[in-house]
Ligand binder design. Structure first.
Ligand SMILES: [Zn+2]
Length: 216
């Protein structure tokens, strides 16, 4: 018989990415069995992290400062912007440490199955950045249906507004269904260096997101 509060804790934990009810039950029991060494320090840490970290108003990275450390860097190439879906993708690229431009984090991917639309992503701040000083954009999105839908939307509805910007996307060598975060550094680097220029002509016979929305 699991008490109501404990059941609530297990339900909360089971919402974590990669955790199911079984793992959630084990973690809940572990936390309650190690209160002084794990549970209490964790509570204090979570509180501290929650208070300290905020989203960067420029690129949407998480940092203690706004703008974040990446955006404040003076040594990066200010003409190149890499568009990624999430903060974990920035970590993957920074671990491989070959990209020296700035980042823009969309905050997710367009997803019909999850009801995620372009207006749910950080597109307006992207447009603001593209209008000043950027000459090259690298789109580094997952090789999934949602990643490709998002790339398609950017090519159809966003990049044509900035025809002077050279746009490329990661090479097709990525495994289908591949998420950036889970790629090894060599694969990520070869996909990055093998990136191909993309333009709206590639998708001239397909429907733009706004037309698709209108036709729904
Ligand atoms: Zn930033």
């Amino acid at each position: 018989m699991v008490g109501e509060k404990l059941r609530g804790l297990i339900q909360l934990l089971s919402k974590f990415p990669g955790l199911g009810p079984r793992s959630a039950r084990r973690i809940a029991l572990y936390l309650l069995s190690h209160r002084s060494k794990v549970l209490k320090p964790l509570m204090a840490y979570l509180d501290d992290v929650n208070l300290r970290y905020k989203y960067c108003s420029v690129c949407h990275y998480l940092d203690e400062e706004d703008p974040c450390g990446l955006c404040r860097s003076k040594t990066r190439d200010s003409t190149t912007l890499c568009i990624v879906a999430c903060i974990g993708d920035v970590w993957a690229l920074e671990r491989a440490s070959f990209f020296k431009g700035y980042y823009h984090i969309l905050g997710g991917l367009i997803s019909l199955s999850h009801g995620k639309n372009p207006e749910d992503l950080n597109i307006e701040t992207l447009k603001n950045r593209l209008s000043i000083g950027i000459s090259e954009v690298v789109v580094a999105l997952d090789s999934t249906l949602d990643g490709q839908s998002t790339l398609h939307y950017l090519i159809q509805d966003v990049f044509p507004l900035y025809p002077h910007i050279k746009v490329s996307s990661l090479a097709r060598g990525l495994p289908m269904g591949g998420e950036l975060e889970s790629l090894d550094q060599a694969t990520l680097m070869s996909a990055f260096w093998g990136r191909r220029e993309v333009n709206s002509a590639l998708f001239s016979n397909t429907t733009s997101w706004s037309d698709f929305e209108k036709g729904k």
